[in-house]
Structure formats: C-alpha cells, structure tokens
Design a protein around this ligand. Structure first.
Ligand code: NIG
Ligand code: FE
Length: 387
C-alpha cells in the first residue's frame, strides 16, 4: 500500500484534543499527516514525521477535517428565485413553495436529475465538503420518492427518506399519512439510512406532533434512523419529540423554549443549526450560545434546497454562525465537522486521527479562523472523495 506524507501544514485541525494543544480542535502547528489507503496513518509535528513513499508540500496552508454537511435536499429540478425575491420584499416563508419544486422534479428525467445532483455535489466539494446527507422529499409519490433515494444513493451513503415533507396537493391528509407510513415507506426503506419529517404545526403544509410521532415510529420499525425538521417556524413539538424518540438530530431549532433546551441538554440528539435558512428567509437566528452553554452538541449544515436556502457553502454557514450566532471560529468549525459527524452517528469522519478516513480539506490560508474572517472568499477545497 502506498503512503503519502503531507507536509507544509501551518495548522492542522484534528478535532482530537489528545493530539494537539488540548483544545477541542486538537490543533497542531507545523504539522504533517501520513495517508494510507484513504485513511489517516499518522499525524504529528513535521519534524518527527516518519518516511513515506510520496511527499506533498502544502506550502504553509491549514488542513482541517472535511466538512460534514449533515442536512441537504439536493435531488430537485427548477428553482424558486421569484419566491426568494418576494421574500426579500416582505413575504413570509411557510413551505408552500415546496409544491412548485415537486412539480418540476416529477417532470424531470432520471438523467436530468442525476446531472443536477452531480453539479451540486461538485459545488460542495469545491468548497470543502467531503460528506453530505441527501434527502428525498420533492417526489411525494412512491415512484418519485424511490427514484430520489436511488439517485441520492449514487453519491452518498447518507440517504434520508423525507416522504413526510409536505402533504401533496390533491391528496387527503389522512390518505397521505397512510401512504407515507405504509407503501411508500416499504418501497423507500431499502434505499434509505434515515427517515425525516417536517414537523411544523405552524405550516398548513407540514405535519403536527402526533403525525410526526406516527411517521417516525413507523420509520424506526422499518429499521431507519431518525432525523427531524423541528422548531423552524414556531416553538412546536419537534425538538422534544426528537429527543424523546432518540433521533440522531433535530434540525433548524430556530424557535426554542427553555424546556426544549433542557430536553436537548439531557438527551443524545444533536441540535443541527442551519443559519443559511435564517439568512435566506430573513428570520431571527437560532440561539446557538444558549445551546452550547447548556452543553448541547451543536452541528452546522447548509440545508441546501431551492426554497429556504439555496447555498451549498459550508464556509458561508460557518461565517454566519460566527458573525450572527456568536459562535467562536473554533466552535463553528467543530460544529461543521465533528458536530456533523455526530449528527450522522459516524465515528469514521469529522476527526483526523490515525484510523479515521483521510477526508481532508485544505484552506488557502494559514489558519481555520480565515473561514469566518474571509467570508465569501473560496479558500476551502476538499482533497478527498465524498462519503
Ligand atoms: O429544511 N422546512 C422544510 N424543508 C426545507 C425547505 C424546503 C423548500 O422550501 O423547498 C427546509 O427548510
Ligand atoms: Fe431541510
């Protein structure tokens, strides 16, 4: 097996406190990494690096774990630029525009959707993302949901069945609930690792707490892990339901009560914050400080989708988290790497220590702080495959 030695690393973020300066980021300066067969074989000070078959000098750049984008909706056609423009003139987001994307997606061929999905994955990779979760949810028929998950499975192992995105036009709520928890679930489960639900009593299109419980329970019985869109538009029941059912992650968390924060602090569910959504819907940002200070595990993700947030950029999300949610640059990077890995219940990614996957992101900068310090500048790029 060939070994490659990466040197010229001004700053290496390992996310393993035992390897570096003792901080959660596990920082090493003037570091080196040895990669073997797609995995990290060694990390440490450059002066103590063992020999390797090949050598690559990174010229004083920073290396960080590849970004883990644990929440994205990438299988869709069309866009909703007009809806965005209307919002910037004062219209509110309520999920009603999802129907527009469903129609455009159903009307597209497999090859068209595959090309659109591939383009979005390439965009992410060019901005430093090495792992991405991909949801269905713009098909909303058995065949269209299966198709979305089959295509998603061509680019990631983190596939999520989101038949319960909204109740599609022309279908009764009770009939659709039966389908989502019955035939559609049975057809989709072989292609999915996770099930998700848009739990939002404040939206007439989405699902209330009782409906979300029925959907998640059926998904769990079918062998799927649980994720929840919760508390995006109101302080609804999503967060507490996610914690009660042991979901891996509850995402958005924009409107939280004290009871929600207490539940998250006492449970195992990661709170995944999606500040690109607040940016793109002109909404108040989640209270990240309150969550972190309460001891909650926080992840950051893009939520890349054509309605509430059409960015594929984890660096933008981290910059927003720092500027708008008062996370430190270190907290934001941790949340976009190790936090995302925890939200996906993965221990092979998000950390650069021996034995983990060598998913590396290189920054054209000497330190991770530049991710927020240089917003909008394309300094991050992945040098490994998506997983
Ligand atoms: O996470 N809130 C539900 N789903 C997506 C938006 C989907 C859309 O508007 O197309 C979200 O924000
Ligand atoms: Fe989402």
């Amino acid at each position: 097996m060939t070994t490659t030695l990466l040197t010229g690393i001004a700053e290496l973020v390992t996310n393993d406190p035992s390897l570096g300066d003792g901080s959660p980021l596990g920082l090493l300066r003037d570091a080196a990494v040895i990669v073997e067969d797609g995995h990290v074989a060694w990390v440490g000070p450059a002066g103590r690096a063992p020999g390797a078959d090949r050598r690559r000098d990174l010229g004083g750049r920073a290396v960080v774990p590849g970004f883990v984008d644990s929440h994205a909706h990438l299988v869709f056609a069309g866009d909703r630029a007009a809806e965005f423009a209307a919002r910037m003139s004062g219209a509110r987001y309520d999920g009603g525009g999802i129907a527009t994307t469903v129609a455009a997606t159903r009307a597209s061929s497999d090859d068209e959707l595959r090309a659109l999905l591939g383009g979005r994955i390439a965009e992410m990779r060019a901005q430093g993302t090495t792992t991405v979760e991909v949801k269905s949810g713009y098909g909303l028929t058995v065949a269209d949901e299966v198709r979305a998950l089959r295509l998603a499975g061509e680019v990631t192992q983190e596939t999520t069945y989101l038949g319960a995105h909204v109740v599609p036009a022309g279908t009764g709520r009770d009939d659709y609930l039966r389908l989502v928890t019955g035939d559609m679930l049975a057809a989709c489960a072989p292609y999915a690792r996770w099930i998700d639900v848009f739990c939002e009593p404040a939206s007439p299109h989405a699902f209330d707490g009782d409906e979300a419980r029925a959907i998640l329970t059926a998904g769990r019985d079918a062998g799927l892990g649980l994720r929840v869109h919760g508390n995006q538009l109101s302080a609804g029941p999503g967060v507490r339901l996610a914690v009660e059912l042991g979901a891996a992650s509850v995402d958005h968390c924009t409107h939280l009560t004290g009871a929600d924060v207490d539940a998250l602090a006492g449970g195992t569910t990661v709170a995944t914050l999606l500040p690109g959504v607040e940016f793109s819907t002109r909404s108040p940002y989640p209270d990240a400080r309150r969550l972190i200070d309460a001891g909650v595990t926080v992840a950051l993700a893009t939520d890349c989708n054509p309605g509430s947030c059409y960015t594929s950029s984890m660096p933008l999300v981290m910059a927003l988290a720092v500027r708008e949610m008062r996370m430190t640059p270190a907290e934001a990077l941790w949340a976009g790497t190790a936090g995302g890995a925890k939200a996906l219940r993965r221990d092979d990614i998000g950390v650069l220590s021996p034995g983990r996957r060598a998913n590396l992101t290189i920054l054209d900068a000497p330190s991770h702080v530049h991710l927020a310090y240089r917003p909008g500048v394309p300094i991050a790029r992945a040098i490994d495959g998506l997983s």
